[in-house]
Write a protein that binds this ligand. Sequence first.
Ligand code: ADP
Ligand code: MG
Length: 345
Amino acid sequence: MSEKRTEISDLGEFGLIEKLTHSFKSKVASTHFAIGDDAAVLERDDEYYTLISTDMMLEGVHFNLMYMPLKHLGFKAVATNVSDICAMNGEAEQITVSLAVSNRFPLEALEELYEGINHACDQYNVDLVGGDTTSSLSGLVINVTVVGKVKKTDVVYRSGAKENDLIVVSGDLGAAYMGLQILEREKEVFKANPNIQPDLDGHDYILQRQMKPEARVDVIKILKELNVVPTSMIDISDGLASELLHISKASKATCHIYDEKLPIDAKTSMMALDFNINPNTCALNGGEDYELLFTITQKDYETIGANPNFTVIGYVGQEGEGNYLIDRQGAAVELTAQGWNHFKD
Ligand code: ADP
Ligand code: MG
């Protein structure tokens, strides 16, 4: 190691990954696509590719056990991985689960975690096929790896968006972030006075979006039924703005979206205003919605536009035009990725 010291906070998560991995070139014939998408794509047979993706969650960074029940955590760890397989237009098949646990956790707590994992395995029709268990000096770490498959003719990368394609999102955005804000607020109230019961009434929808996010396997099924293969796709884990920038960079294109088109549930907007946060900011920069963001060719506009699961939010422009959020008056603000930057906390 040289004397030089570069702070990883200056690189950010994606800059760091790029620095560490850019010199790796694939040498194995079955590695079809390696780093840089929601899952790696490996040769399987004439008809299918194998997909593989992994995600790690750390206590204190990605979850807080004060308000996240272990059962929900288990479910979420699987759902977020299945979501990455959906983002390739694929179908999850198996998972492995690796744990680092401190002796703070009794067996019963870990059984609860596995109840959530089991529930997700049933719901998403995946098998738990292995993992690793080790001790941790502080906190819980959970790492899930998911394996899946996709028809070779159906695989969708982040890199396929073309000029004049339309930008689409499934479901609604920003609710998971507002759910987290409520949980954080109630945690502070509880810390100040443990006799006060948390006030979570009436917030079921946004709390559920934070604590029990679903992978949109239903969206993948609908796209198949509608005979639509997106030109590019990514799942929204870090916030819409960050994911749009990934698509535009990978596709050598740009994204232009309209703020009035952002699909935000009324309950999310009301809560955002309560917190003095612009609802658009929740949709753009709040994370963990696990909706799908994709682009389609104009010929699929009517099919997708007519379906209540989807909202067309903008269009793809030429490389070099900049990525913009356009308001009602036509004023454009450049999109920046605020997302979750764990190195800047
Ligand atoms: P996602 O948010 O969809 O899970 P990430 O942003 O975590 O994707 O990762 C982007 C890409 O970088 C993926 O291809 C992932 O496999 C790869 N990647 C992330 N961390 C590392 C690492 N430490 N070493 C090698 N590849 C990595
Ligand atoms: Mg992803």
